[in-house]
Design a binder for this molecule. Sequence first.
Ligand SMILES: CC(C)(COP(=O)(O)OP(=O)(O)OC[C@H]1O[C@@H](n2cnc3c(N)ncnc32)[C@H](O)[C@@H]1OP(=O)(O)O)[C@@H](O)C(=O)NCCC(=O)NCCS
Length: 173
Amino acid sequence: MQSKRPCESRTIMTDMVLPSETNPLNNLFGGELLARMDRAASIAAGRHSRHITVTASVNHVAFNQSVPLGSVLTVEAAVSRAFRTSMEVYIDVWMEDRNTGDRSKANEAIYTFVAVDERGRPTEVPPLEPETDLEKERYDAALRRKQLSLVLAGKMKPNDATELKALFMGKQD
Ligand SMILES: CC(C)(COP(=O)(O)OP(=O)(O)OC[C@H]1O[C@@H](n2cnc3c(N)ncnc32)[C@H](O)[C@@H]1OP(=O)(O)O)[C@@H](O)C(=O)NCCC(=O)NCCS
């Protein structure tokens, strides 16, 4: 299968935070942000695989910064590594300053999607060819994140998680 680059799956969604999407502190409700990220990541995984994709796991999410009512939020998702049927999708969330237009990083997350056929059976996806330093860094770390997710889901024995073990035993950067 012909490999693809992360820019071919990059998906950018910009939207405003409305009152119905906020918590009692008038900041964006976490579940609403998760849904926005899931939607962008699903489109990115679909662009990479050209198949139906389903969310298999939310590997990581960090709500580092609250997002006030009225903010303009941009969710940017791209496939960071493709395995056999699964893809890791990295999501960066940016907040735009209303006065200056400057963007600051608000949050980030990492989801795993699986490409499936019409009957929901996992199906193969093209390999990913990272280009930039950041894409290469995310690509390199994706295997240990996959192993951690599988171990936590009870789908892999800790002993078989070789990349993960190497990290804890100091054999990685
Ligand atoms: C995701 C799903 C297709 C996986 O099915 P499965 O029977 O576990 O299939 P497999 O064991 O062949 O796994 C398929 C791939 O998913 C990966 N995977 C499965 N669970 C995973 C997890 N928790 N974390 C990371 N990867 C996972 C496997 O490693 C495999 O990847 P690979 O082929 O690239 O090596 C199936 O569990 C499913 O349909 N889940 C529901 C999805 C859904 O409805 N999501 C929305 C929730 S509301």
